[in-house]
Design a protein around this ligand. Structure first.
Ligand code: SF4
Ligand code: SF4
Length: 75
């Protein structure tokens, strides 16, 4: 099953809770500020993401979205 994982850069306040909770060490804090002046989280190693939703649940600002993608029609 395919999923997409998205961090809304401008909702993020750079608290790094998601970075801490990720069991696969996918996330890191960026070196450039977002529109609010925070250093946001980003997916440094997206290929390692297992879409466990831990980061999504943890984020106090609802900045992370995980969705099923509709690309399985070929089966
Ligand atoms: S969904 Fe899970 S594995 Fe993927 S970035 Fe979030 S916490 Fe890490
Ligand atoms: S938990 Fe949410 S607000 Fe905090 S760094 Fe991660 S995405 Fe940004």
């Amino acid at each position: 099953m395919a999923y997409s994982h998205k961090i809304d850069n401008d909702k993020c306040k750079g608290c790094a809770l998601c970075v801490t909770v990720c069991p696969k060490n996918v996330l890191e804090i960026a070196e450039q500020v977002n529109a609010k002046g925070y250093f946001p989280a980003y997916q440094a190693r997206p290929e390692d993401c297992i879409h466990c939703t831990a980061c999504c649940i943890m984020c106090p600002d609802l900045a992370i979205t995980i969705k099923k993608t509709a690309d399985e029609a070929a089966d």
